[in-house]
Design a protein around this ligand. Sequence first.
Ligand SMILES: [Mn+2]
Length: 384
Amino acid sequence: MRYNAEDWDDVVAVLRDPAEVAIVCHVNPDGDALGSLLGASLALAKSGARTWPSWGSDDVGLPDSYAFLPGAETLVQASEVPRAPVWLALDCGAGDRLGSLEDQARASECLINIDHHPGNDNFGTFNVVVPGASSTAELVVRLLQDVGIDLDRDIATCLYTGLVTDTGRFQYASASPEALRLGADLLALGVPAPAIASEIWESVPFGYLKLMGRMLGRATLFPSERFVYSWITLEDLEATGVDLDATETLIDLVRSTRAADVAAMFKEQPDGTYRASMRSKGPVSVAAIARDKGGGGHELAAGFTAEDMDEAVYDIRTALRGRLGGTSEKGGRLGGTSEKGGRLGGTSEQGGRLGGTSEQGGRRLDRKTTALEAGASEATSRRS
Ligand SMILES: [Mn+2]
């Protein structure tokens, strides 16, 4: 047994001799889900099992950033996964994360749930749920080692990918001594770490740079509330050729300033509403703010849908003033803002510079961006 996981030895026993295993990760898979999925599949296949790696979405295929993962060609569509006797669910915080494959997985003789999300509902026949583990990949490595499967370079590459992504390139709290030792062991198997990093973090399409430029150009700071936000429109996506799905990490750029503790990113949706993502560096909880706006989430990461972005920004600022106004020191500092505060303009340095309303600021920045883009594409065509 490891990690005090009661079912550990049972899982090792099942994985020692499985003839057929369906291996699935959560829908909208991230690096840990994909790396664990393909790493486990390659390893079990190497030990003689027939494996079906997949997840419960309509179109199973690796995103461009993860196309390098060994075993990519072995993925099968959800509809092709048979009624295997053993199912291995990886990185799924709850049964419903199995998507369209949930019923089939639950109906199997043996559903093994390997995960590290706190609050996992132990949906498996056997459950190895270790919230203290850096990644599901870490648990998969240790299980495979106990099963007695030698990890090769390809398997290690998949599992290293899970480890490096879930630890935020070894910078989050989950980058434990154990996680770093595991990283070292995997590197020793020949994992091409610099190439992996480049594939994952330096592989955005060129248009994404333009999208970041537009978005960052509009970033608006309210120093008193220590709140920063920005937004993208459907027109931005069209002009830059970026898919809405590929914009999930934009919020990380917005929240990277020292000047703010709370960040919001608004994305225009096809129906004209704005999807808002919020992040807090603590102690302010953005969950309550999101709930008030009809959304939800965690204390430090939450979201909601807004009919009107300006109104949502106003509401967030009001909520933040309410949260911070409790102490006299902060109350004094914040008091000036609320007195002067118009809807968006006037309060922040940037709001003023942008001409008072976000709409005006946006238009002006758009023109500038367009000019820059024109210059850039000229330069590109001259070079090519
Ligand atoms: Mn994970």
